[in-house]
Design a protein around this ligand. Structure first.
Ligand SMILES: Nc1ncnc2c1ncn2[C@@H]1O[C@H](COP(=O)(O)OP(=O)(O)OP(=O)(O)O)[C@@H](O)[C@H]1O
Length: 307
């Protein structure tokens, strides 16, 4: 997949002496949904701000759609749409005027048909003459997205698109992001909600303390780090795991009612038959058995903890 965004050796040292980015290399392919995951203060917003031209990098280079963001700033910026974390729009302006005006800022000629399509796609058409102040929080967020798409960018950044948003709206946002991708927009999103990355992203990058720890296909990452868990609900609760079961990494949960066995899903042998046999020999009965795959959340926590 050809790159739409190329980041090479980007460093950012703030005047305070803090190194927010310690050398970032990253390629984002045209047409993908890429999720940048990282704990608070990891450097996600700094990186996006550099790409969008609101923060200057200390060293390194970035190109967007082949345009260098420093030497060819205008052309680079014109290919980018940014939906920032905070809602920042004139609350007394109407939806239509907000989006139309934003397009003009990028020197694009008026295109009412495009704006209409955008507002219809974002379920804002009925609200086109409403002032922003009259809209719900979810609608305001959608206006932010419409504004960011007003000049027909090729690459859209969504900084924490669903922070503080309820479950239904989050699902609507996910559907919307997929729709945008289907229309050919490349999407880079930052998120704290790992579920969001797992649900949507083609690839995931994990950033921590200004460094990229890993970039991987979401599905491959799940497979590579994927552990499976076998949960046994016991007939009779236990106070401790018997010494005879020391060969299996087990955890006691739910006040002794559950035995949790974690195993490598990719290993040749899971160890489950042996465990079940041993439990039988020890007279430990269980009434239910359940298996689950570890989520990206577990994987992320393990990665960030390891460093
Ligand atoms: N203008 C600034 N001056 C000095 N330090 C800054 C400035 N902006 C950000 N930082 C610091 O840079 C580091 C990275 O911050 P950044 O906002 O990029 O992280 P983030 O990953 O977006 O975090 P969050 O998930 O909390 O939004 C943090 O330690 C932050 O305090």
């Amino acid at each position: 997949m050809p790159s739409i965004l190329s980041i090479a050796g980007v460093e950012k040292h703030y005047r305070s002496g803090l190194t927010a980015l310690g050398g970032i290399d990253l390629e984002v392919g045209r047409g993908e949904i890429f999720a940048l995951l990282g704990p608070n203060g990891a450097g996600k917003t700094t990186l996006i701000s550099i790409i969008c031209g609101t923060v200057t990098m200390t060293s390194g280079s970035v190109t967007v759609s082949g345009h260098d963001i420093v030497k060819d700033f205008r052309a680079a910026r014109a290919t980018i749409g940014l939906v920032p974390q905070e809602i920042a729009i004139d609350i007394f302006s109407t939806v239509w005027n907000t989006v139309r005006f934003s397009r003009g800022l990028f020197g694009r000629p008026p295109d009412p048909a495009y704006i209409e399509e955008l507002l219809r796609d974002l379920s804002l058409w009925e609200k086109r003459d409403s002032r922003i102040i009259e809209l719900s929080g979810g609608m305001k967020r959608r206006v932010m997205i419409a504004k960011a798409l007003s000049h027909e960018p090729e690459l859209l950044f969504l900084d924490e698109p669903t922070a503080g948003v309820d479950v239904n709206l989050r699902r609507d946002m996910w559907a919307l992001v997929r729709k945008l991708r289907d229309k050919g927009v490349t999407i880079v999103l930052t998120t704290h909600y790992i579920e969001e990355a797992e649900e949507m992203a083609d690839r995931v990058g994990v950033i921590d303390r200004g460094r990229i720890l890993l970039v991987e296909d979401t599905a491959a990452l799940m497979k590579k780090f994927g552990k499976r868990r076998l949960k046994l609900t016991l007939q009779h609760p236990m106070t401790a795991i018997p010494a005879e079961l020391a060969d299996w990494p087990l955890e006691l949960q739910a006040e002794g009612h559950q035995l949790l066995y974690t195993f490598d899903a990719n290993a040749e042998s899971t160890g489950i038959p042996g465990l079940l046999r041993r439990l039988g020999e020890l007279g430990i009965d269980f009434k239910d058995l359940d298996s689950e795959r570890s989520s990206l959340e577990d994987i992320f926590i393990r990665l960030v903890e390891r460093t």
